[in-house]
Write a protein that binds this ligand. Structure first.
Ligand SMILES: Nc1ncnc2c1ncn2[C@@H]1O[C@H](COP(=O)(O)OP(=O)(O)OP(=O)(O)O)[C@@H](O)[C@H]1O
Length: 370
């Protein structure tokens, strides 16, 4: 798929901006703090209705404005898709080809993007919640029903935790309603777990291949799903249901004491190993970076496999951090196949030979010149 037009109004430091491109490689260039990342972020938001760098939607609205409007036109295999997203303090409104979508989950995934930014190193180095957010956003853009199941699960989890806290304060040890909450938690929890497991298995297959290529066969990467249940259990839905219920009954006393739910996909994690060693603990800075890169490249292939066409690749200031070999790997793998938007402060950090036929967009203080 290829983004042909992007228009923004009152988005971050852009009053109003229009971008048109027919190019596969688009370089967004300018000094620091001028709006380069804001432009990539806007494309990401059109795809996922959320930013990759903040949970606070209101940060996307220009200071003093009441709402922001994003418009994108994307050429897909089956034709042109026009997307409109309005974000205000009251919420979001989304349209596909002029038709308002009742649920955002119907809009998400209309275009697919893969963002690779310096903060992606945190997927490898950071906390489990960062890895869960990564998983949820990526699964969500390929399988929109996942987002519905996830929001149901999160609602039930919140209510169950509130109930546990209430039981604690009232010293009610009978906990008569807990079984009702358990059944609902497990119903949605197993959908999340199963989807995550199959997504990670596919991601693992691609990452292994790609990582081996980048490291000339020296390193074998594994991405494992760290979940409360063994892989064989997850594969059988009936067994998973029973085991989930059993685990909840085993931790009941503890949960009543602590007032929180101790079992479920809200505690999952991803584990990266290289040649059998945990990358988070033992990996060098370079290995951690390459792991993040392999992960992102794997995602591109996985989206192509699932959706039937390549996503748009957004590279935020990462080329300068990669050595020449990895830059070449990244650009050559997808040249002419994947539309790419690259931000940089200086064109000299990019291998010139890779820039033939690229469009260059200059950004200065929220204005473009291309
Ligand atoms: N809601 C907002 N309203 C207006 N301006 C904003 C808003 N949010 C951020 N900005 C401004 O956007 C600018 C930062 O833009 P951006 O993050 O795109 O920088 P950049 O060009 O990618 O820089 P760098 O190379 O340093 O990453 C800052 O000047 C910041 O003050």
């Amino acid at each position: 798929m290829q983004l042909k037009k992007l228009s923004l109004r009152n988005y971050r430091n852009y009053d109003e901006v229009h971008v048109e491109t027919d190019h596969m490689v688009n370089i967004i260039i300018g000094p620091n703090a001028q709006g380069k990342t804001n432009l990539l972020e806007a494309i990401f938001v059109l795809a996922l209705t959320k930013s990759h760098r903040t949970h606070q939607d209101k940060e996307l609205i220009q200071w003093d404005a009441r709402h922001t409007m994003l418009h994108g036109e994307v050429e897909k295999k089956y034709g042109l898709c026009k997307l409109d997203l309005t974000i205000s303090q009251q919420g979001k409104k989304a349209k596909i080809n002029g038709l308002e979508q009742k649920k955002l989950s119907q809009f998400i995934g209309s275009i697919n993007v893969v963002m690779f930014a310096p903060e992606d190193l945190e997927i490898v180095k950071g906390t489990p919640s960062i890895r869960r957010r990564f998983l949820d956003m990526e699964i969500g853009q390929v399988y929109p029903t996942y987002l519905y199941d996830l929001s149901q699960y999160q609602k039930i989890l919140l209510q169950r935790n509130n109930y546990l806290k209430q039981l604690f304060t009232t010293r009610d040890t009978k906990a008569a309603l807990l079984d009702v909450w358990n059944a609902q938690l497990v119903q949605y929890g197993i959908k999340i777990i199963k989807k995550r497991q199959s997504f990670i298995q596919k991601l693992q297959r691609w990452a292994e291949k790609i990582h081996s290529g980048i490291t000339a066969g020296q390193e074998e990467i594994k991405i494992a799903y760290a979940c409360s249940f063994d892989q064989q259990i997850v594969e059988d839905e009936t067994v998973l249901f029973d085991q989930f219920m059993i685990k909840l009954s085993q931790v009941k006393e503890q949960e009543l004491r602590r007032g929180v739910t101790l079992v479920g996909p809200h505690r999952d994690d991803l584990l990266f190993t290289i040649n059998g060693k945990d990358v988070q603990t033992f990996g060098s800075q370079g290995q951690q970076r390459t792991t993040a890169l392999s992960l992102k490249l794997a995602e591109i292939e996985l989206i192509r496999e699932e959706v039937g066409e390549y996503p748009i690749l957004l590279l935020d200031d990462v080329l300068s951090e990669l050595d020449q070999y990895r830059q070449t790997q990244l650009i050559e793998t997808f040249q002419n196949k994947v539309q790419t938007f690259i931000t940089t402060t200086g064109i000299e950090s990019i291998d010139r030979s890779k820039l033939d036929n690229a469009s260059v967009i200059h950004v200065r203080n929220g204005s473009l010149n291309n």
